[in-house]
Structures are given as structure tokens and as C-alpha cells.
Design a protein around this ligand. Structure first.
Ligand code: FPP
Length: 262
């Protein structure tokens, strides 16, 4: 868990942090629980939406950083099942932010070779959001320099339930036998099918929970928790997280030393 950054590292500039990174030991897939937008805004006596707006700037910067570093996949938790319990004005403001982001960024996503995808029960979103999401997914479907996946109306348990339902349908059709169902088959029916499992999960704002995010896929991920609020989590903080990750020993249940990108 968490950062053991020495004070020496705290003194380094963003450029120096970048220079310290080992390009051969980068995670292939980073997942992020973006948390703390509301607290960021409240601390400034601003409406919560101002925190979400600032949070979108962090999304842009971290996506750019992943693209610059050659990280293959970034998956961000933008909206959970439980988030539907927020006041209607906040959920609709979040949907508007997402629509604006896609309208403004689609061209840049294509220019940078970024494939945009969503995971979750997208059918629960407003029709205008679904349309923008589908447009962006289609316009970037051929790209694969960086896979940017946004979890929307997402729940990890619901994802596993949906996968089991699909498998049962295949069994019913006779295209799959019950004994053929193994971990690989379940994995192929998850929303994230085709993506490697995340090597690193980052959660901002000091919370140390997984909150129903990528429950299956995070089995062997390294967890990094930082008190930094999401709107303040920019390239500098991201590099600190990556350096912390590179200091971990990843064993996958075996005896192994040093972080590996496998
Ligand atoms: C967490 O802060 C923030 C969210 C759950 C929403 C993030 C979503 C967006 C910024 C919408 C736009 C999405 C894209 C992909 C452009 P919080 O509100 O839970 O903060 P708090 O815990 O401090 O209240």
C-alpha cells in the first residue's frame, strides 16, 4: 500500500522524476479511481461541479502522460452504479462534462492514436451521452497506441454477473460445455475483454478502498493510494506513482524479485 517516497524524491522536479523512470519497467495498464473532486471544490467554497471540471483537466494530463510514456492502457472510473444516488443536477452535470470532453477531444484522441472505449451498463446513460460515446468509440475503433477506457455506470460485481449471464447463454445454445468454463473463458466475457489486467491501481484523495472497481482484473495489481485530490493529481504526481510502482517486488504468488512488466 501507499507511498514510501523519500524526502529526496519529494524535492525532484517533474523532469527529474521522468528521468528516473525505467522505461522497461512501466506498467502496461494503469487503472485509476479518481476521487476527491467534491472536496477540492468545497475547500475553495466552489460548487462541486467546479471540482469535476478541474478533474477533467487531470484526465487530459494523465492521458497525455500515458501516451508520452508509451503506456498501453489507461482505465478510469468516472461513474459508478452508486453514483446514480447523487443529486440529479450533479449526475446530469457529469454527463454534460463527459459529452463536452468527447466533443472537444475526439480529434485529439484520433491524432494521438488513442482508442476510446467505455465499460459499464451504458444503456443507463442519457440518450445524448450514449450517442456521443458511440460516436467516439466508432471514430477511434481502429487505433491502438493507447487504450483509454472510461468506466461509466460501472460496477465490478455487475460486470461479473453480466459475464456469467453471457456464458450461460452460450451453454444454453450448446456452443460451450459447463466443463469448458474456466478463468480464461470468464475473462473473455468481461467488459475489458482484450485488455491486459491492470498492473497498477491508483486511488486519489486518501481513501483506501477498491469500491467495486475491476474486481476480477485487479487480482494481482499493485495498489497505490495517495492523499492528493484528483484535480491536483497531474503529471508530477503520476510520475511519483510510477516510480513507487517500479520499486515494488511483483511475485504473482511465486518467488520473484523486482517489478516486472509481465
Ligand atoms: C470523484 O470525486 C469524481 C467522480 C466520481 C467523477 C469523475 C467524472 C468526471 C470528471 C466526468 C467527466 C468524465 C470524463 C471521462 C471526461 P467525488 O465527487 O467523489 O469527490 P468527493 O469524494 O470529494 O466528494
Amino acid at each position: 500500500m501507499s507511498t514510501n517516497q523519500s524526502s529526496a524524491i519529494d524535492q525532484l522536479s517533474t523532469e527529474d522524476l521522468g528521468a528516473k523512470l525505467n522505461p522497461n519497467l512501466l506498467p502496461k495498464h494503469v487503472a485509476i479511481i479518481m476521487d476527491g473532486n467534491g472536496r477540492w471544490a468545497e475547500a475553495r467554497y466552489l460548487p462541486r461541479i467546479a471540482g469535476h471540471r478541474e478533474g477533467v483537466k487531470s484526465i487530459r494530463e494523465i492521458t497525455q502522460a500515458c501516451s508520452d510514456l508509451g503506456i498501453q492502457a489507461l482505465t478510469i472510473y468516472a461513474f459508478s452504479h452508486e453514483n446514480w444516488n447523487r443529486p440529479a443536477h450533479e449526475t446530469s452535470a457529469l454527463m454534460n462534462l463527459l459529452e463536452d470532453f468527447l466533443a472537444e477531444e475526439s480529434r485529439k484522441l484520433i491524432e494521438h492514436g488513442i482508442r476510446f472505449r467505455t465499460i459499464g451498463r451504458i444503456k443507463n446513460l442519457p440518450a445524448s451521452t450514449i450517442q456521443r460515446v458511440h460516436e467516439a468509440e466508432q471514430a477511434t475503433a481502429h487505433l491502438d497506441r493507447l487504450h483509454l477506457t472510461v468506466a461509466l455506470s460501472y460496477g465490478g460485481r455487475a460486470e461479473i454477473v453480466d459475464a456469467v449471464r453471457e456464458i450461460l447463454r452460450d451453454v444454453q445454445k450448446g456452443t460451450l460445455q459447463p466443463d469448458e468454463v474456466d478463468e480464461a473463458v470468464l475473462q473473455q466475457h468481461l467488459y475489458t475483454q482484450g485488455l491486459p489486467d491492470p498492473d497498477l491501481l491508483i486511488r486519489t484523495s486518501g481513501e483506501t478502498r477498491i469500491s467495486n472497481f475491476l474486481l476480477w482484473q485487479l487480482a494481482y495489481a499493485e495498489l497505490y493510494f495517495t492523499p492528493t485530490l484528483w484535480p491536483d493529481f497531474r503529471r508530477h504526481e503520476f510520475l511519483l506513482a510510477l516510480l513507487d510502482y517500479q520499486g515494488r517486488e511483483r511475485r504473482f504468488g511465486r518467488v520473484l524479485s523486482r517489478t516486472t512488466s509481465s
